[in-house]
Design a protein. Structure first.
Length: 260
């Protein structure tokens, strides 16, 4: 028996329906495993990711699990039943390995709580002030996973002050900004310098964030506080473009004078 099925090969290939299903599966699996004792965080991640991959694989292919048995599973596809060894299923799940990593590009739900999102790549609709606010909230979430921080981001990104995302949509905010971070690190490599994996630091503290934000504002205003409100109102991508250019000029000056 031959079955031809296809599954998304990356976050960016997901339809809106598939994205919501993936986020919902992540939420439900994490809840189900919250009180299970695992020997390590790595074991927890491996177990939960495998469960999410399996749930999504079956949903997206239309294959139904009938029952597990000693060394494999009995499945149904349409009117036909067939068995698969566990190793074959594990091999099929490798096509969903991308679920283990955050999106490399911004991906988000178009509509949340009746509100329409700004463009996923932040090409319009976000001021530099709002960028700084979202970045601060996202980094704070790294320290303390509090959904209200992501709700505050949602209020900005979906332009609805009283927005109340459901758990799947709340998780979607986190992954959206993770994709944004990957995007801007490629677009503005001089400002967002890549840190070697072995030297990856812990998320910055709130005070470190404030100092970094103040430094970014000062770099754009060149110390003229009368221009601060004007700078904060800049389109976020325009502001990041200027910061990247300044960082590049600074590096070029350092290289020039280091040789003298």
């Amino acid at each position: 028996m031959t079955i031809d099925v296809t599954v998304p090969r990356s976050w960016t290939e997901l339809t809106q329906e598939q994205l919501r299903f993936l986020l919902s599966a992540m939420v439900s699996v994490n809840r189900a495993c919250a009180n299970i004792a695992f020997p390590s965080r790595e074991a927890y991640i491996a177990h939960t990711v495998a469960r999410v991959q399996t749930i999504c694989f079956l949903e997206w292919t239309g294959i139904t699990l009938v029952t597990p048995y000693a060394s494999g599973y009995l499945f149904k596809y349409g009117d036909q039943e067939f068995t698969l060894p566990a190793a074959v299923l594990a091999s099929a799940l490798t096509h969903l390995e991308w679920i283990r990593l955050p999106p490399s590009e911004p991906v988000r739900l178009d509509i949340v709580d009746g509100a329409e999102a700004i463009p996923a790549d932040l090409s319009s609709g976000l001021s530099f002030d709002s960028w700084l606010t979202c970045e601060t909230l996202w980094q704070r979430y790294q320290h303390t996973p509090d959904d209200t921080l992501l709700w505050q981001m949602a209020a900005i990104l979906y332009r609805k002050d009283d927005i109340r995302p459901d758990p799947a949509a709340t998780l979607g905010i986190f992954f959206w900004w993770a994709g944004v971070k990957n995007l801007v690190s490629l677009q503005f490599p001089d400002f967002f310098k890549k840190i070697p994996d072995d030297d990856e630091p812990l998320p910055p503290s709130y005070e470190e964030l404030r100092r970094d934000i103040n430094a970014q504002i000062r770099a754009l205003t060149k110390g003229d506080i009368t221009k601060e409100q004007e700078i904060l109102a800049f389109d976020a991508m325009r502001a990041l473009t200027e910061l990247d250019a300044q960082a590049r000029e600074y590096d070029e000056l350092n290289r020039k004078y280091s040789k003298t």
